[in-house]
Write a protein that binds this ligand. Sequence first.
Ligand SMILES: Nc1nc2c(ncn2[C@@H]2O[C@H](COP(=O)(O)OP(=O)(O)OP(=O)(O)O)[C@@H](O)[C@H]2O)c(=O)[nH]1
Length: 393
Amino acid sequence: MGVHDTLLAVIGLLAGSFVGLWLFLGQALRVASAASGRFAAANLVLVASVVLTLQRSALAGPVPALAAWPVADVLGLSAFWLARGGVQALFKRPSTARRDALGLGLVALVYAGLPVGAGSVMAYFWLYSCTAAWLLSGLAADLWRATQREFGPRMAWALASPFALAALVMAGRLLGPSPDPHAGAAGDPSGTLWAFVVLALLLNGSLVVGVLTRLLLVLRHRAERDHLTQLYNRRQFDHLLAQEWARAERQGVGFCLLLLDLDHFKRVNDELGHAGGDAALRHAAGVLQAGCRGVDTLARHGGEEFALLLPATPMAGGLELAERLRQRLSSAGFVHGGRPCTLTASLGVAHSTEATDLEALCRQADQALYAAKAAGRNCVRPLPEALKPPAAS
Ligand SMILES: Nc1nc2c(ncn2[C@@H]2O[C@H](COP(=O)(O)OP(=O)(O)OP(=O)(O)O)[C@@H](O)[C@H]2O)c(=O)[nH]1
């Protein structure tokens, strides 16, 4: 077995392992199936591109060898295009696949329009480097945008940097020495092997980390969010509430806790059915979310009850927002299956400075809500004077 055959065997083995890994993840484990399929395909076309580059020496005569050059280049660029599509599918980002395919198609047309010969090699080199830099920088930007909100800029940069680096290397090639038109036809192919090994490891390693990041995001979302409304669930709300309590104690800035319970929700279920009740809960969540400030935390506390945390807000501000939310909800029309239904809610408001501890604060918000229900529903109430602890009254 010659050196050339050994190189091909090593490349085949490496690419086969990566394709197998992505198929196993996507098909057998059903992890990010759409993205894994694209990543497997990206490996296949990348290896096809490299094999074609290495095999150029086996092609008889300089003309077929040079004719293989643009084909290998377009295959290599398609691998980056597939990888970018995979990342967008993985993180559910808006797809640029069509636009990128159009760009890639135009590049392929320019390749096809160039005369086959040593004179076109410089143009091949520029076309490949620029297009690869464009696709790889787009991929890096996609990863950055997908992760920076959840994980912060440092982590997002760490994830995106291998692709940003690869894009820089591609662009940087243009400043280096010009390519040898006969390279690969008779020269040492080990450079091609190393370029493939580094690129394949870099791409696949980063994409595996990308998949793990996405899995972490999904798990985190499921642990923190309510399945029906996509608001925070009670567990996460309690966690954020405890954090806010500690922060308020440290900084001496009080906050409001608001509990909101939809009125006569049993009737809504009876009239519209359980699916109608679910739709009403989603509608209420949307109305409430739209009425809150960006800094407020809204959660589904359970059943038809919602909780709202208003940081750095005095009691008067909490009561004002609660009244605004009550009005918004009762005036927002809700229709299910052609049947209109008016949703109203009772709201109780408590303030952290009036409670001795977090447990007492939650109890006070609950008592305020109970007072609103007792007052006839569809209204806002603070903690009744009679229930205020002596020290705070
Ligand atoms: N559709 C649907 N209904 C729910 C869900 N969670 C709780 N409910 C219903 O909410 C209703 C709550 O009823 P109650 O606790 O009697 O309260 P209410 O009818 O809202 O009356 P008040 O709170 O006193 O105004 C029950 O019928 C529950 O089945 C849910 O996720 N989906």
